[in-house]
Design a protein around this ligand. Structure first.
Ligand code: PAF
Length: 279
């Protein structure tokens, strides 16, 4: 497995792979890899000849009061996991290789990124779009794989790719959960055993909503109230419980099965968790 730390070196290697006729899959990550990330690497491997994993805690997607400094970093372990899972190259740029000190160009998606996470974290998706576009320019992948855990992120990136004619297929991979239902996340490392137990209320709220829809419930308001009650009863204060069009993320009053997503975010003290499901 190759490792790279500069865009120029990675770009040259990827160009050589392309000249050999190899299709490239990219899995962008912020490291601290868990089974969810490994599932993305496996999916990329199934579809592509060469798989590049980027491991970069992207400073521009964190607000000043967020956890950039504290974000878990496990580089040596990440490299082992990438090698074991069949990655062909890992890109670990230091921040100064990614951003010039006076960098002044941003990519801003202005519709899908404005609500939900974007409303809580106004500069987050600008940072995500900019870094992902930079990775696409460097690697020029045929396929890029992102996890459904960050549902809005995938929707925003799909828009960016469409609107800017970036020639890459975006694959949204299913959420990987612990056996008890908690969605895998690098930030689960912040949970005490007690927080972790109450955090199961997120997946429980989503499961209850899926069951209610399967039983015929269509009212978004009814589903939202039930989910809010479940979260609050477990000590988690909802930031939002949204029932939206699965593509545009526009709120909808009535569930259209197969074309609707339910997204939730909630807080407990300094902890914040998100989860989602298609309905
Ligand atoms: O989902 C993430 O880990 C990050 O937002 C991403 C896509 C790697 C961009 O920094």
């Amino acid at each position: 497995m190759e490792t790279f730390t500069t865009p120029a070196d990675l770009h040259a290697w990827c160009a050589a792979q392309k000249r050999l006729g190899r299709a490239i899959g990219l899995v962008p990550t912020m490291g601290s890899l868990h089974e969810g990330h490994l599932s993305l690497i496996r999916l990329a491997k199934e579809r592509c000849d060469t798989v590049v994993v980027s491991v970069f805690v992207n400073p521009t997607q964190f607000a000043p009061d967020e956890d950039y400094a504290a974000y878990p970093r496990h580089e040596a372990r990440d490299l082992d996991l990438c090698a074991q899972t069949g990655a062909d190259a890992v890109y670990l740029p230091p921040p100064e290789a990614m951003y010039a000190e006076d960098a002044s160009t941003w990519i801003t998606e202005t519709l899908v990124s404005r609500t939900l996470e974007g409303a809580q974290r106004p500069t987050h998706f600008r940072g995500v779009c900019t870094v992902v576009a930079k990775l696409f320019n460097t690697v020029q992948p045929d396929l890029a794989v992102f996890g459904q855990k960050d549902y809005q992120q995938v929707a925003v990136i799909r828009r960016m790719v469409r609107d800017l004619d970036i020639p890459v297929e975006i694959l949204r991979a299913p959420i990987v959960r612990d056996p008890d239902g908690l969605a895998k996340s690098s930030r689960n490392a912040y949970l005490t055993p007690e927080d972790r137990a109450t955090a199961l209320s997120l997946s429980q709220a989503l499961r209850a909503a899926r069951q209610a829809v399967a039983a015929g419930e269509r009212s978004a308001a009814t589903l939202q109230t039930a989910a809010q009650n479940t979260l609050r009863a477990a000590g988690w204060e909802p930031d939002y419980v949204a029932i939206v069009d699965a593509e545009t993320l526009t709120p909808i009053p009535t569930v259209l099965p197969g074309a609707t997503a339910m997204l939730l975010a909630c807080r407990k003290g300094r902890l914040r968790l998100i989860d989602n499901t298609l309905l």
